[in-house]
Design a protein around this ligand. Structure first.
Ligand code: MOS
Length: 684
């Protein structure tokens, strides 16, 4: 094969399945036509802690079309423990937990009957409120996914004592929920002792292993198909309990079963971002040079599984302070288990760190961009390794130039009629990692190429960029490459998670296509066997976020008329889909800054924000001029494409940039998210 490079990498290619999606032909999990399928409605607990004393399913079973009521009394065994081990006892561990399902010939009958299932409980006292002085706080063995819980270098307390300037403040972030456009859904089909699931998830192979383990089945007896997925943000990274419920329900009635989690149920069944309480203590010389960073975090988990978020990890590597301490403490409460939400850890952690850096700049009387540049480390402060590429300073400088940073004035000094106007900045960073994956490639007789990999396109454009990567490696046109994804039968592959999807799958696709170029017609590859010959390097993406806010002096309404993100994320494989990823992340960051907050009512022990009316996610009217750009960077150390992951960095730092801009506009520092108007009332 001697073909000129197609230059498919770097082109703003439209989504290869775009037309199919626009025409409504792309099938999402729940939409598959399955012969004989029936419908299940999920029954959830109305208490936060206790036990089911009695279930009266009589009225539900009397509804026309109802086939069965599934409860812990007839569910059968589920292996393991934690969130997937549903219906194994009468215990209730949180409000909104799965305690059963009604299965019926129609969706409507299932929903109607679900309301008629009568449950009597033995109610116990619940505990649902995170506090920094909670007696149940403990030190987890590690934080998500496997970072050390605590770190300490140097003599932090002494450095803080001796510092010329200090900032010592507590920042809080609320619980927040992912609200993917496509709610979680599963169809379960038992055939010949095997199980097929059409499921909406971020990784079909991992879903298969986990669900097979929960049901005590050999892995190869389960197949998970997830061709199209309408968003996830982390909430579909691991199989959710409704997928196990679908399998149990289908086994009970011996029919294929469809389950769609309702929008309201997404607030208890699909994970959420833990609330955090973060104390950040910075020490610096008079010129702003950091001498110490201490970042101590309190957060929650549930009583049925431990999820300990890695909130403080950013403070281990971002700035060059010689003395650094980070710690994480979690308390198990009678709540659903927190889980992944776009940049878990980095995102809430950077709200605290980058707010504190803004406070330090003010305390030292220097520009916040200059403060960050002064504290730019030469090597990774945590590992001592060199950075593969680190272009934070370039992002800050480029953004300052483009955004008109030099027009920024003193806090509270710029006014336009009844509006106070301010600018804010924050850094962004996210690890650039990849994980082993397998892929298959075949040269077809008609001159086209077929690639199969259990990747997931959750709306990111993954299918499109993998097509570009394959075409580029093969040196052929995009049209001659067909990439098939979203099927666990394609073998082990990384999830769409941790911003590792394209890096991980792309490396496998490159390897498979290179084998075809040696003349083979077919290649099965596995990147787990590739030894990492590189010297140890610290690999991270970087960025800078710039925000303008306007705060109304009468109503305290906060608007974001302009936002700009400048990113350094290696080679950009597809500028069109990449820009969407950055803008999506930034939009979610503005939303985190101003709107998103899951409220728990301690009296009932549950979340009371549980739909898109009470939990506001931004609409077009909330987001005005927002732009994302990037600097030229190629990082040869992360993957063979020279790229870094881009799914999460867009949200990291945005909320701090907004809060910092609110301070610049008003002179009021808000350390608790979201920055609601009521948090400014009486303070302007
Ligand atoms: Mo992302 S929260 O790693 O799916």
């Amino acid at each position: 094969m001697t073909v000129a490079p197609s230059r498919a990498i770097g082109a703003p290619v439209d989504r290869v399945e775009g037309a199919e999606k626009v025409a409504g032909e792309a099938r999402y999990a729940y939409e598959h036509d399955v012969e004989g399928a029936v419908y299940a409605a999920i029954v959830t607990s109305t208490i936060a802690r206790g036990a089911i004393r009695a279930i009266d399913a009589g009225a539900a079973l009397a509804v026309t079309g109802v086939l069965a009521v599934l409860t812990h009394e007839n569910a059968g065994a589920v292996e393991g423990e934690g969130e997937l081990a549903i219906l194994q006892s009468p215990r209730v561990s949180y409000r909104g937990q799965i305690i059963g399902a009604v299965i019926a010939e129609t969706y409507e009958a299932a929903r109607e009957a679900e309301r008629l299932v009568r449950i009597d409980y033995d109610v116990e006292e619940h505990d649902v409120v995170l506090r920094a002085d909670h007696p149940g706080l403990y030190k987890p063995d590690k934080v998500n996914p496997s970072f050390p819980t605590d770190t300490e270098e140097g003599d932090v307390d002494r450095a803080l004592e001796e510092a010329a300037v200090t900032v010592d403040e507590t920042y809080t972030t609320p619980a927040e929920h992912n609200n993917a456009m496509e709610p979680h859904a599963t169809i379960a089909i038992w055939e010949n002792g095997g199980l097929t699931l059409y499921d909406s998830n971020q990784g079909a192979f991992r879903a298969r292993q986990t669900i097979a383990d929960a049901l005590g089945l050999p892995h190869d007896r389960v197949r998970v198909i997830s061709h199209h997925v309408g968003g996830g943000f982390g909430s579909k990274g691991l199989p959710r309990p409704h997928a196990v419920l679908a399998a149990l329900a289908a086994r009970l009635v011996d029919r294929p079963v469809k389950i769609a989690v309702t929008r309201q149920q997404m607030f208890t069944l699909t994970g959420y971002r833990t609330p955090t309480i973060q104390r950040v203590h910075l020490g610096a010389q008079a010129d702003g040079t950091l001498t110490a960073i201490a970042h101590d975090v309190f957060e929650q988990t549930s009583t049925i599984a431990e999820f300990a978020e890695q909130t403080a990890v950013v403070s281990r590597m971002l700035y060059a302070a010689p003395n650094r301490r980070t710690s994480h403490r979690v308390v198990p409460l009678n709540v659903p288990t927190p889980s992944w939400m776009r940049a878990p850890g980095e995102c809430p952690g950077m709200f605290a760190l980058e707010s504190a850096m803004d406070e330090l700049a003010i305390a030292c009387g220097i520009d916040p961009i200059e403060l960050r540049i002064r504290n730019e480390p030469e090597i990774d402060p945590e590992s001592g390794n060199r950075f593969s590429t680190r272009n934070l300073v370039a992002c800050l400088r480029e953004g300052a130039e483009r955004f008109g940073w030099s027009e920024r004035t003193e806090p509270g000094s710029r006014r336009d009629g009844r509006w106070l106007v301010g600018l804010g900045v924050a850094s962004s960073t996210y690890p650039a990692r990849r994980a082993p994956s397998t892929a298959y490639a075949r040269a077809e007789a008609d001159g086209t190429y077929t690639i199969r990999i259990a990747a997931a396109d959750i709306g990111t454009g993954a299918r499109t960029v993998l097509t570009q990567i394959a075409a580029d490696t093969l040196g052929v046109s995009l049209e001659s490459v067909c990439v098939e994804i979203g099927d666990s039968d394609y073998g082990q592959a990384m999830l769409a998670g941790g911003s590792m999807g394209t890096s991980s799958w792309g490396a496998a696709v490159v390897k498979a296509c290179r084998e075809l170029r040696t003349g083979k017609d077919e290649a099965h590859v596995d990147t787990s066997v590739d030894a990492d010959a590189d010297e140890p390097l610290a690999k991270h993406a970087f960025g800078a976020q710039f925000v303008e806010v306007r705060v109304n002096v009468d109503t305290c309404e906060i608007r974001v008329p302009r936002a700009l993100g400048v990113f350094a994320c290696g080679r950009i494989i597809n500028p069109k889909t990449a820009r969407s990823q950055f803008l999506g992340g930034m939009t979610m960051g503005v939303s985190m800054a101003l709107f998103e907050e899951t409220v728990i009512d301690p009296s009932i022990g549950g979340f009371v924000t549980q739909d898109l009316a009470t939990y506001h996610v931004p609409v077009n009217a909330d987001i005005e001029e927002i732009e994302a750009t990037w600097i030229d960077e190629v990082d040869p150390h992360v993957n063979p494409m020279g790229s870094k992951g881009i799914g999460e960095i867009g949200i990291v730092g945005t909320a701090a940039a907004v809060a910092n801009a609110v301070h610049n506009a008003t002179g009021v520092r808000v350390r608790d998210l979201p920055v609601r108007p009521d948090r400014l009332i009486g303070r302007l």
